[in-house]
Design a protein around this ligand. Structure first.
Ligand SMILES: *[C@@H]1O[C@H](CO)[C@@H](O)[C@H](O)[C@H]1NC(C)=O
Ligand SMILES: *[C@@H]1O[C@H](CO)[C@@H](O)[C@H](O)[C@H]1NC(C)=O
Ligand SMILES: *[C@@H]1O[C@H](CO)[C@@H](O)[C@H](O)[C@H]1NC(C)=O
Ligand SMILES: *[C@@H]1O[C@H](CO)[C@@H](O)[C@H](O)[C@H]1NC(C)=O
Ligand SMILES: *[C@@H]1O[C@H](CO)[C@@H](O)[C@H](O)[C@H]1NC(C)=O
Ligand SMILES: *[C@@H]1O[C@H](CO)[C@@H](O)[C@H](O)[C@H]1NC(C)=O
Ligand SMILES: *[C@@H]1O[C@H](CO)[C@@H](O)[C@H](O)[C@H]1NC(C)=O
Ligand SMILES: *[C@@H]1O[C@H](CO)[C@@H](O)[C@H](O)[C@H]1NC(C)=O
Ligand SMILES: *[C@@H]1O[C@H](CO)[C@@H](O)[C@H](O)[C@H]1NC(C)=O
Length: 779
């Protein structure tokens, strides 16, 4: 038997503070067991997962005995073994076991499992130009690409998941379908839904056994709707007459890659999930052989974890697992988050999450489609709003009250009632009325529970125009902007018996301008996680009022969120992968980024929905995806695993930390590499006040015409000179690589702060565009 003994000094220095924090937390806490994710060093004798699992069981047994002679080790405490994306396990541990494991040299880090509550189409293909372009036929609609979706499961009966037009399942597929409550592998899996699994041990350790009486299914079946919606957005097959309510958005619904295969990994239960389960789902998806992973969920590392101190990439276990997936060739598309501008007090920190450079980070935009509806006030004023999903509107004049005036106990609940939070509204005041509030949660269920009959969902933001419908509501609802909110409040104040009518939606309207615009909720950069070196989000895609498959009695559902934007990019990546099987995940992302547009339908810089002002690369990254151009980008900025390892070297991580990402990592190069030279398809440079210039090297790979000559151009910025050398690149063959240097020089009169420019390479056919963010000032 191996004795595991060690001291903190054997751990990399950066880890000590984490361990000490955990130590404090656990010794002060009760003796109850908690779930931990234990990140282990690679052990070369663990060639397969069963050897590894046996060793982890031994390790837990030793830890139990060492910690407490009286305790019997419990075999069930080992929950998940991570084998394909990183090494480690999750388990229920006592504080003594935690202390013991922390001191063992094979342990890289232990993280208390975190539970997350928030999980973060018919028209969007046309809006992105897919429907009449070449990419669909050229990629055969993504057939034979496998998209893994880690989410709330799937409602398999929806026509979106039919397999009528599909050939046999790709032979390399190694995944399975698991049967369970209301989900039968033989009945529900097919040539479209080729895999379905669930992961719940972390969830159950925290919340107890899944309560099926409460409507959850202990199987891949979706009880929430989110996963069904995202999966069908990425790869739903054709299904006609997709609409919600009375004819809203009528059309043909299909995902971005209508023939791609779907593998479902359910890791959310009652809309909650545990990091331990998410990581197990990602690990399994990679083992099963997915090509694309769609993760509409927050990073396990987020600002809600003060216990882990300043955000660092190596503390983010999802980033570590994603690294392992990328190394195996998987394209990862993740949500930027739904925090909008919140907690972004100044320009040095943003709200964007999922920011590792091997992740594609997707923000949300509007499309040009709206569903108009009216609020008619009792005094005759008509206010234009947008229809919610549940469009059985209230044609009769109905009493109206503001949620703020309907609090159960206004001294306690005033603000919450303004937001129609659960259990804050007085049934005596609300019964039979339309309630105006700002819906934040539960689709307005509090109004229904208090006996209300309709909702005016009024935006709280000063300028938002109310286009972002939160979701399908439980009652007839019209969504209006903040100006309307003021008028309606005044009207309510002005009369003893306010009334209103929610009027029939007029026809669905297209060509709303300007479009796209960045959604109010879409999380913004700069990335808070670790120094300034990569612009995040990378890109924006449609994420407002997206219609896709629904669950239970709802054939279709309309949802908004970066969760809806992410599967658009997952599906597009699948199409590009099918059209260009040899492209790396980084090449696919580069193609999506350098062909994106920063202009809207007014030919102006894409605006922000909350203010109408022009956005920046910290709002929309490289811009709004244009799939038809992405399939023929001309040039790509490619990245290999070695480049990503060099990136970690650039962050000056010590060798132990770098090996935590990649056990095969060689030593960092002797001559330090500059982070500015990381071959990312966008540029972010800092010029301290003590310096007058900086430069960034990049290498382009020719994937367009064999012979082509590209000329560089940059957009002018006051007091900044950007020089590209050489300014012309001539290619004589496919896959040929050419390097260039971008030098940014500033004058003394340049104001401190952030400045924006862009670089475009063009051969007359292709335009390869990258944002340049220049930060002048401290550091
Ligand atoms: C690797 O695992 C084996 C058991 O599978 C164990 O005996 C050995 O001590 C481990 N090596 C290290 C360095 O942890
Ligand atoms: C789930 O299965 C039970 C028992 O067979 C059945 O009564 C119920 O209708 C099913 N629910 C759904 C949503 O399919
Ligand atoms: C900006 O935010 C950072 C991080 O929260 C903080 O350290 C800094 O003091 C802030 N600067 C200003 C000018 O508010
Ligand atoms: C609307 O008002 C008319 C006339 O008062 C009434 O007949 C009808 O039942 C009302 N409709 C609803 C849905 O309350
Ligand atoms: C409202 O809440 C306050 C503070 O908790 C309490 O003192 C008061 O009794 C409550 N009033 C009612 C009507 O429940
Ligand atoms: C409504 O009336 C209340 C008190 O009568 C007042 O405090 C409030 O400012 C008024 N609101 C508006 C929007 O007129
Ligand atoms: C109805 O009331 C609102 C709020 O006081 C006011 O702005 C509007 O002009 C009124 N409409 C009519 C027709 O009087
Ligand atoms: C868009 O604006 C640019 C200048 O910002 C101009 O060169 C271009 O011609 C415009 N395009 C269209 C279609 O109006
Ligand atoms: C550029 O320099 C001029 C002075 O030459 C100064 O007035 C202006 O504020 C500077 N603009 C920026 C964006 O730095």
């Amino acid at each position: 038997m191996v004795r595991l003994r060690g001291t903190f000094t054997l751990l990399p220095p950066l880890l000590v503070s984490v361990c000490l924090l955990l130590w404090t937390e656990t010794t002060l806490g009760s003796a109850h067991k908690s779930t931990y994710i234990v990140h282990m060093e690679r052990n070369s004798s663990h060639t397969d997962i069963s050897i590894k699992a046996a060793w982890y069981r031994d390790l837990l047994r030793i830890a139990t005995l060492e910690a407490d002679q009286l305790l019997e080790p419990d075999e069930d405490d080992l929950h998940h073994v991570y084998h394909h994306t990183f090494d480690g396990f999750s388990a229920l541990l006592t504080p003594q076991q935690v202390a013991y494991l922390q001191s063992s040299p094979q342990v890289i880090q232990l993280q208390r499992d975190t539970l997350h509550k928030e999980i973060h189409t018919t028209h969007s293909p046309e809006f992105m130009g897919l429907a009449d372009g070449h990419l669909w036929p050229e990629s055969n609609y993504g057939e034979d690409v496998i998209i893994g979706v880690v989410d709330t499961g799937v409602w398999p009966e929806r026509p979106s998941f039919g397999d009528q037009q599909l050939g046999p399942i790709p032979s390399r597929w190694k995944g399975i379908c698991e049967s369970g409550t209301n989900f039968s592998a033989s009945e529900h899996c097919n040539r479209k839904l080729i895999g379905a699994r669930s992961f719940y041990k972390g969830y159950e350790a925290e919340y107890g056994v899944i309560d099926e009486a409460g409507g959850e299914y202990k199987s891949p079946r979706d009880s929430e709707g989110h996963g069904t919606h995202t999966a069908s957005t990425a790869a739903g097959t054709w299904s006609h007459m997709a609409s919600v309510g009375p004819g809203l958005g009528l059309g043909t619904a299909r995902g971005m890659a209508p023939k791609a295969r779907l593998a479902i990994y359910k890791a959310f239960w009652n809309a909650r999930n545990s990091d331990a389960d998410t990581l197990a789902a990602v690990d399994q998806a990679v083992a099963d052989g997915v090509d694309v992973l769609s993760l509409s969920l927050g990073s396990p590392y987020d600002q809600a974890r003060p216990d882990i101190g300043r955000p660092q990439l190596w503390k983010d276990m999802l980033a570590i697992a994603a690294y392992g997936a990328m190394k195996k060739g998987v394209f990862l598309s993740l949500t930027a988050g739904n925090e909008g501008l919140k907690d972004r007090p100044n320009q040095t920190t943003g709200t964007v999450n999922n920011v590792a450079p091997w992740m594609t980070t997707v923000g949300a935009s509007t499309t040009d489609r709206i569903f108009p509806a009216d609020v008619v006030l009792g005094n005759g004023t008509v206010i234009q709003g947008k229809s919610g999903l549940n469009s059985k509107l209230l044609e009769n004049m109905t009493s109206l009250i503001s949620g703020c005036d309907a609090a159960k106990n206004s001294s306690v609940n005033y603000l919450k009632a303004c937001l129609c939070y659960p259990d804050t509204l007085s049934p005596a005041l609300v019964r039979g009325k339309i309630v105006m509030c700002t819906i934040q949660v539960d689709k307005g269920a509090a109004v229904l529970e208090a006996g209300g009959v309709g909702i005016i969902d009024a935006s709280w933001f000063t300028q938002g125009d109310g286009i972002e419908i939160q979701s399908d509501y439980v009652l007839p609802t019209v969504r209006v902007g903040a100006t309307a909110r003021r008028i309606i409040t005044e009207y309510i104040n002005s009369t003893n018996s306010p009334t209103a009518q929610l009027r029939d939606p007029r026809q669905t309207q297209y060509n709303r301008a300007p479009a796209p615009a960045v959604a109010t909720f879409s999380s913004r950069g700069p990335s808070y996680a670790y120094s300034w070196n990569v612009i995040k989000p990378d890109i924006i895609a449609p994420g407002v009022n997206i219609i896709a498959a629904g669950i239970k009695e709802k054939q279709y559902a309309m949802n908004s969120g970066t969760s809806m934007a992410c599967p658009h990019v997952s599906g597009l990546a699948a199409l590009l992968k099918a059209a260009h099987p040899t492209w790396s995940p980084a090449a696919i992302r580069s193609a999506l980024m350098t062909t994106a547009t920063t202009k809207d339908s007014n030919n102006a810089t894409i605006t922000l929905l909350e203010s109408g002002q022009s956005g920046t690369p910290f709002d929309f990254g490289s811009g709004f995806v244009r799939p038809e151009r992405a399939t023929d980008p001309g040039l790509v900025y490619d990245l290999s695993t070695g480049d990503y390892l060099n990136y970690l070297c650039m962050l000056r991580y010590p060798p132990q930390i770098i090996r935590a990402f990649d056990a095969d990592a060689p030593a960092c190069p002797a001559t330090p590499i500059r982070v500015e030279d990381f071959n990312y398809p966008s540029f972010l440079v800092t010029i301290p006040v003590s310096e007058a210039s900086t430069h960034a090297d990049r290498t382009l790979t020719n994937v367009g015409s064999a012979r082509a000559t590209y000329v560089a151009s940059v957009t002018d910025v006051a007091n900044i000179t950007i020089d590209v050398h050489p300014p012309i690149l001539s290619f004589n063959g496919l896959n040929e690589k050419k390097s260039f240097t971008l030098t940014v020089s500033v004058t003394n009169s340049l104001e401190d702060g952030i400045h924006y420019s862009s670089l475009t390479w063009s051969d007359g056919v292709h335009t390869v565009q990258s944002p340049i963010v220049i930060r002048r000032g401290s550091e």
